[in-house]
Design a protein around this ligand. Structure first.
Ligand code: SF4
Ligand code: SF4
Length: 156
């Protein structure tokens, strides 16, 4: 599988020496492992703050490639899709997937060996069983009131 993210020309293991806020745009983008889990709808309990993951994916999510089908122009269709940056990650870390590279590094942890930056291939995230490729249903097909019937455990 061709990696849709350009991870070429980056310093080896730059994430171990650079702080998130000091990373270049290319380094920041390269941190995404392509797991797709941030494109799943979550249900948040207003009282406890607990976040439940569902297998109901954003309408722009392509279940076969495990990617956004219109990443560059997505905000024209899904204006609420967040833009994760070093400045906004503190607001979002609590709901990001446990294995998300941005969350791991923000929490001072290391990346897993299956991360494409370490394995050299985007396929490793799927082989490791931590992505949601082939495991979603589109929000276009499921009424929001029924999302709670599709709660899943995060694949980790
Ligand atoms: S959860 Fe994190 S690593 Fe996975 S696709 Fe989303 S931004 Fe990328
Ligand atoms: S718009 Fe694209 S990147 Fe944003 S949640 Fe939907 S599928 Fe994911």
């Amino acid at each position: 599988m061709t990696d849709p993210i350009d991870r070429s020309g980056l310093a080896p293991r730059f994430w171990e020496t650079k702080r998130l806020k000091d990373m270049s745009g290319a380094e920041w983008e390269a941190l995404c492992d392509g797991c797709g889990k941030c494109c799943l709808n979550k249900l948040e309990d207003e009282d406890t703050g607990e976040v439940a993951l569902t297998r109901v994916a954003c309408r722009l999510f392509d279940d076969s490639t495990c990617r956004c089908s219109m990443y560059e122009t997505r905000h024209s269709y899904v204006p609420e899709c967040i833009v994760l940056t070093p400045k906004t990650i503190s607001d979002h870390a609590y709901w990001l997937p446990q294995t998300c590279a941005y969350r791991l590094l923000w929490e001072g942890r290391d990346l897993y060996d299956w991360h494409p930056l370490i394995s050299g291939t985007p396929d490793s995230v799927h082989r490791a069983g931590v992505s949601i490729q082939g495991g979603t249903v589109s929000e276009a097909a499921i009424a929001e009131d029924d999302w709670e019937d599709h709660i899943i455990e995060e694949p980790v």
